[in-house]
Design a protein around this ligand. Structure first.
Ligand code: COA
Length: 173
């Protein structure tokens, strides 16, 4: 596999996003969510992995708040790597780059709803204590994960407030 580089998503990458998500998620249509998040004016970090001219990986981090609190938090997802380029560290590199940017931005905690077997490789812990916008099925309790970019070992608590594209119950189980 050719080497890859990471960058903030630019218009050349955006044109390749539909094909990337169709390949990475053949059974799930995340494109409307991704495109709505990319249209948000602020508060969304979009990173691309590029090999040659091709978009081979992409991740979004959406900034959120906790009701009645001052901390900024962020939600990781979706994350997609082209199947032909998987298992070469692209997913892990996109997550690491995002976490570094969010740490610099002073984000207090990053959340993800995903497979703990995968995200634990990037330092995420199961059973986040922040309440998601919609109740999760019991089976997803472990999949709701947290990481403090500053290395703090105490998970935050509170009610997560996210921008409109995430306010769809179907995205939460
Ligand atoms: C999950 C995904 C982003 C990983 O991307 P990637 O670039 O292959 O990841 P990395 O190279 O950083 O890590 C690969 C390692 O993670 C492992 N891995 C991948 N998915 C895993 C999972 N669900 N559970 C446990 N391990 C997993 C691989 O087996 C591989 O292990 P190895 O290094 O021992 O061979 C990619 O497989 C993908 O896009 N999948 C389809 C979409 C998806 O499920 N996205 C995540 C939504 S929450």
């Amino acid at each position: 596999m050719a080497a890859f580089t990471l960058r903030k998503t630019d218009p050349t990458d955006t044109a390749q996003i539909p094909a990337l998500y169709a390949a990475a998620f053949p059974d799930e249509d995340l494109l409307p969510l991704v495109e709505a998040l990319l249209e948000e004016k602020a508060g969304v970090l979009s990173l691309s992995a590029i090999s040659g001219e091709a978009l081979v990986g992409h991740v979004l981090f959406t900034h959120g708040t906790l009701e009645g609190a001052l901390e900024t938090v962020a939600l990781l997802g979706p994350l997609a790597v082209n199947p032909e380029h998987q298992r070469h560290g692209i997913g892990k590199a996109l997550i690491a780059e995002g976490l570094a940017c969010l740490k610099d931005a002073g984000v207090a905690e990053v959340l993800v709803l995903g497979d703990p077997a995968y995200y634990s490789r990037s330092g995420f812990h199961p059973h986040a204590r922040i309440t998601p916008p919609y109740p999760l099925p019991e089976a997803y309790a472990e999949a709701w994960q947290w990481l403090r970019p500053d290395g703090d070992s105490e998970p935050l608590q509170g009610q997560l407030v996210l921008p409109g594209p995430w306010m769809q119950p179907g995205l939460w189980g």
